[in-house]
Design a protein. Sequence first.
Length: 253
Amino acid sequence: MPLIDVCDTELPLLSPKEAAGQSPAGEVHIWKYELQPGHTYDHHILHLSSEEKKLADSIEQASKRKSYITARALLRILLGQYTGQQARAITIGRSAYNKPVAEGRQGGNLHFNVSHSGNGIVIAFATTPVGIDLEQPADSFDYHQMLPDYFSPEEARAILGSPKPAELFYRYWTRKECLAKATGKGVDGELRLLPCLDGLHQVARAVTGSDQDWKIRSLDTDGNGILSVAYSTQVAQIRLIDAAPLLQQPAES
């Protein structure tokens, strides 16, 4: 039966230069970006495929359109760096588990996952399955109604008994969702069965879909949300990298 190791962690934020030349083999690379109010991001649409451009044009809310364009552009820029291809030329498809994949020989062993919330965007890369989730806590959101359906009684008690219950709810939620994304089970699966408390948990194979062991690590992002990442126990190191310099470069024309 799979083992799942769950806890918080702290990571220094590296510059792209500090991470340059590092392969994601045996590692997880988390690229982090924060949208800046008042900045325009429409020029990054040049990185996108024709289908992505059509989808961007269909998004009516300006903030969501900006987030979508920036996240897709950043994903393509990073895929280009890892695979040696032009960002716009990369074909992004779906696996049998409906997970996004970079098609073609260069992207065959590269796994990635994207999440964005509020002004934050995070993208995780590895050579083994990986899932990431970022949530910006909203004080107005009533999480109580979700506890019976998505959390075990023990998890619900921990949330309600915490000095900061809303913050802990989001931390626990990101842990469940990142594991669901890593396994390909998705958030429509039995999130209630996925562990989120600190510690080592043993779960039934049917919960994760394989015998693979997992690690889940959570970290705060300097007031810009809570993120959790799920990855294989084969991974030896996680790197948190600032993506801002990449989006200061001119887009391909």
